[in-house]
Design a protein around this ligand. Structure first.
Ligand code: DAH
Length: 346
């Protein structure tokens, strides 16, 4: 019996030693320590042995059982550790590898231009104001001294929204100029007012090299006691020097806009030919960049500002043209084509 136990033990340990995979362990345990194992049979049979053999056989059998159990547990632990280590090695991340670079974009050239214009005016004490792109007839036209049948409405091909007011009239449109924000600023702010108003505007027009149905403007409005045309010219000259360079000539000529009186157009010396005349400036030597003027008293009144006390100047720049002039771009549609080969140059 003792010999049988020793042989069984030696055999069990040898087999255990050879196990390399954790999933084979359970079969070993069932075979050598389970209910149907020879060891269990021996332990059960102890009672039938003669008393003098029973003691030695019992203690040897229990000792064997304990030894096998301990060996099993320590083997199990060893295999688990080994499995963990190999898993960690397989899943290891090489933190010294360089990462995949995320492509970084940059601001669109028109956004850059808008920001640059706002910066210049902000440094002169103007605050940035914005308004809605879907606008009331009132702020886009009515408050700007452009009543219902005014011919100026025709020059601004509007995109109307299917919304009717209480009188059954279409009353909302995509704003045709950011001057609508000036009407809002006059109505919502108290003088002294100095605001700069960048944004998108819409005209119902076919696209070509110089026209797109959505483009950008920046309007400005200053209201205070004693503001004169000299303030308007001084402000716009300063802007032109900062934006186009100190050597660039600027010209003001009389023009008409219903919301200013007097009204002017501002032109800069052609960037391509420096005033001698070329295709870009249609041989005139000058390029129009803005409309401006002294705010019409009716516009101030509409905003609740007394024109007897306050005076005001206003201006509006077309933005898309400015980077076209600066970089010699001859088709405005390039700004809206989303062609990265074009956009990456700025
Ligand atoms: N809103 C005019 C346009 O879109 C431009 C303009 C002219 C704006 C004179 C002004 C201004 O504020 O005073 O053509």
């Amino acid at each position: 019996m003792l010999k049988q136990l020793d042989e069984m033990k030696a055999n069990a340990l040898q087999v255990l030693e050879g196990i390399t995979h954790i999933k084979d362990l359970e079969a070993w345990r069932v075979h050598y320590l389970g209910k149907k194992s020879p060891l269990t049979a021996i332990l059960r049979g102890l009672a039938e042995l003669p008393i003098e053999e029973r003691k030695a056989a019992g203690s040897r059998a229990n000792e064997t059982k304990r030894l096998l159990e301990e060996s099993f547990l320590s083997k199990e632990q060893k295999l688990r550790e080994a499995a963990l280590i190999s898993q960690a090695q397989q899943e290891a991340i090489d933190i010294t590898l360089p990462g995949r670079p995320l492509p970084a974009g940059h601001l669109h050239p028109l956004t850059q231009t808008l920001a640059e214009i706002c910066d210049i005016f902000q440094s002169m004490g103007f605050q940035v104001a914005t308004g809605p792109e879907v606008e009331w007839d009132y702020y886009n036209f009515e408050a700007l001294n452009i009543p219902a049948e005014h011919p100026a409405r025709d020059t601004m091909s509007s995109s109307w929204v299917d919304a009717l007011d209480d009188k059954g009239k279409r009353s909302m449109l995509l704003r045709t100029h950011t001057t609508s924000v000036s009407a809002r600023s006059a109505a919502s702010r108290k003088p002294p007012i100095r605001v700069i108003e960048p944004g998108k505007v819409y005209r119902y027009e076919a696209s070509d090299a110089t026209h797109v149905p959505m483009f950008h403007q920046v309007d400005g409005l200053a209201v205070d006691r004693g503001i004169t045309m000299a303030d308007l010219k001084g402000t716009l000259y300063e802007f032109a020097r900062r934006f186009f360079g100190p050597e660039r000539n600027v010209r003001f000529r009389v023009d008409f806009f219903p919301f200013v009186e007097p009204g002017v157009e501002m032109a800069i010396e052609c960037l391509a030919c420096h005033g001698s005349g070329c295709r870009l400036c249609k041989s005139s030597g000058w390029i129009e960049v803005a409309g401006a003027g002294m705010t019409h008293p009716k516009v101030l009144e509409r905003g609740g500002i007394d024109p007897e006390v306050y005076s005001s100047f206003a201006f509006g720049f077309g933005v898309d043209r400015l980077p076209m002039l600066r970089y010699g771009i001859d088709d405005v549609r390039l700004f809206y084509g989303n062609d990265l080969r074009f956009l990456r140059q700025f």
